[in-house]
Design a binder for this molecule. Structure first.
Ligand SMILES: C[S@@+](CC[C@H](N)C(=O)[O-])C[C@H]1O[C@@H](n2cnc3c(N)ncnc32)[C@H](O)[C@@H]1O
Length: 249
């Protein structure tokens, strides 16, 4: 059993995390035996950073929020990996001053590109931090699911605004600045200099199901999410899109 197996056994995989861990696991197995340098941009309270540190890797979390970083530090200490987790307060598009260029094996950027001012600048900064041949795990909000969700809740005007807006924003009360479709998200990474290797949908079904079904059959739901994640059209309708990409060697 690998250290990652042991880490996974201690955590419950959810529809939000299972598909992403499957993809990350492929990269970690490809680099088995190496202690990777990992950078989690906007890593928040360490939901991915701490398990990666528990699996033996060195993780730096750069996040704009001091509160999130304080929670990360507590979580890392509780897990006994405080020495392998570095918390840095800073902006995702200013990584060059915070992280040595071309020093990172794996960069995570989950649920960040939809809230920052300039997503292309953040992608450019991620690429600059990666070694040649290093990998990027990027999670963004999906536009199609948001349109369907608003419509199914009866907010047809908001659904129409979301569908029509060039950036997938629903108007002044929207908490996200933008949402992506598969092609737009892939183009953002490709234009930044990454080669996209895999695209999966995350939460294809989870947000559509009645809570009684989702809570009552959690293992079956995770299995179905995994089965649908890479298949169009299901993938394209997911609440989030996960892209796994690489800086060319
Ligand atoms: C929705 S949370 C996602 C946290 C984590 N990546 C996850 O998937 O659970 C977004 C995080 O990005 C951080 N953030 C927002 N804008 C940022 C920026 N410009 N630079 C760095 N972090 C940022 C926030 O403080 C927050 O912790």
């Amino acid at each position: 059993m690998t250290r990652l197996d042991r880490v996974e056994q201690t955590r419950t995989l959810t529809p939000r995390t299972a598909v992403i861990w499957s993809v990350l696991r492929g990269e970690l197995e490809r680099r088995a035996g190496e202690r990777l340098t990992v950078l989690d941009v906007g890593g928040g309270t360490g939901g991915f950073a701490v398990p990666l540190a528990e699996a033996g890797h060195w993780v730096t979390v750069v996040d704009a929020s001091p509160d999130a970083l304080a929670a990360l530090a507590r979580r890392a200490a509780e897990a006994g990996v405080a020495d392998r987790v570095r918390a840095v307060q800073g902006d995702g598009d200013a990584l060059a001053g915070l992280v040595e260029p071309a020093s990172v094996d794996l960069v995570l950027c989950h649920s960040v590109l939809e809230v920052v001012d300039e997503p292309a600048s953040v992608v450019s900064a991620l690429v600059g931090a990666l070694r040649h041949g290093g990998a990027a795990s990027v999670l963004v909000a999906g536009r199609a699911a948001a349109v369907l969700g608003r419509a199914m809740n009866g907010h047809l005007d908001v659904a129409a605004a979301l569908a029509a807006d060039a950036h997938g924003n629903a108007g002044p009360r929207d908490t996200l600045r933008r949402r992506y479709d598969v092609d737009g998200a892939a183009a953002l990474l490709t234009d930044g200099g990454l080669t996209v290797e895999e695209i999966h949908g995350v939460r294809v079904l989870a947000d559509l199901l009645p809570a009684a079904v989702a809570d009552g059959q959690p293992a079956a739901l995770v299995e179905l999410e995994r089965a649908l994640a890479a298949r169009s059209p299901y993938r394209d309708l997911a609440a989030q899109l996960h892209l796994f990409a690489r800086r060319p060697a």
